[in-house]
Design a protein around this ligand. Sequence first.
Ligand SMILES: NC(=O)c1ccc[n+]([C@@H]2O[C@H](COP(=O)([O-])OP(=O)(O)OC[C@H]3O[C@@H](n4cnc5c(N)ncnc54)[C@H](O)[C@@H]3O)[C@@H](O)[C@H]2O)c1
Length: 268
Amino acid sequence: MQDSSEYTEPTAFDASDLFNIEGRTAVITGAAHGLGLAIATAFVGAGAKVGLIDIDADALAGVEAMLNKRGQAVAHAVDVRDTDAVTAAVRAVASQFGGIDILVNDAAIFPSAPLADIDLDEVATALDINVVGYLRTVQAALPYLEASGRGRIINFGSVTFFLGNPDGLGAYIATKGAVVGLTRALAREVSPLGVTANVLAPGAFPTRAEFGLYEDPAAFDRSVIEKQSVKRRGSVSDIGATAIYLASDASAFVTGQTLLVDGGWTFN
Ligand SMILES: NC(=O)c1ccc[n+]([C@@H]2O[C@H](COP(=O)([O-])OP(=O)(O)OC[C@H]3O[C@@H](n4cnc5c(N)ncnc54)[C@H](O)[C@@H]3O)[C@@H](O)[C@H]2O)c1
């Protein structure tokens, strides 16, 4: 039997170093707007190089120009439903920046109609973008993520999957549930290869998707804050900071998880 009084506690490490993503390369889908743009901005601020993918070519070009003033960014205007275009874009980013360490799947659409009579083609399109689109980028990026030795996959979920509402967003909510399942299964497959896969699930964030949706934005703010444990609206820096954690060595032992960034609205 070993004598516990002889045990030396390990203290010779600096955990703050683990959050450094300087020099890493990330591919980010949905980077032209909202939370994808927030992550691209946060990553460039942290010294990472970013490959930006989005269907909105005009907005994406503006984001690329803005980020290139502060660091290194390259944009590929691609629809994530186009397998060949996604594969070509991911390869181009890898060859320009010397590999890929981080993949962020953010691109999504939000079809709105009751499940009882939603057009099934609309549901299929949402699945193609919000779920199959995430797998397309994974398949394209996986060889590079594996070669990185510290590969990270961050897939966007949503608090709505845990709540089952708001009303009328059933198809979207189903896609966000599928992202959780996809990521859990992916984590089993890729973690032994040195790649982690996690879901970043935001609560309600004031992005373009929310803008103009409510007649009384202040009343909506109050209704969100009332449900949260943290008594303020979430900000893009909350998402950027969480993404840096999930992209960095600090989260190397975290995989297959869904991290809710919702101010304590729901508990996982
Ligand atoms: N904003 C919120 O409150 C909130 C809450 C929970 C989850 N989320 C999730 O966060 C992510 C970003 O949401 P957001 O609020 O920033 O939305 P957003 O609409 O501002 O951004 C989505 C981006 O995806 C892009 N996109 C859509 N279809 C595409 C396609 N086929 N190919 C390539 N790009 C495409 C859009 O052009 C846009 O830039 C989504 O996955 C969403 O489900 C957002």
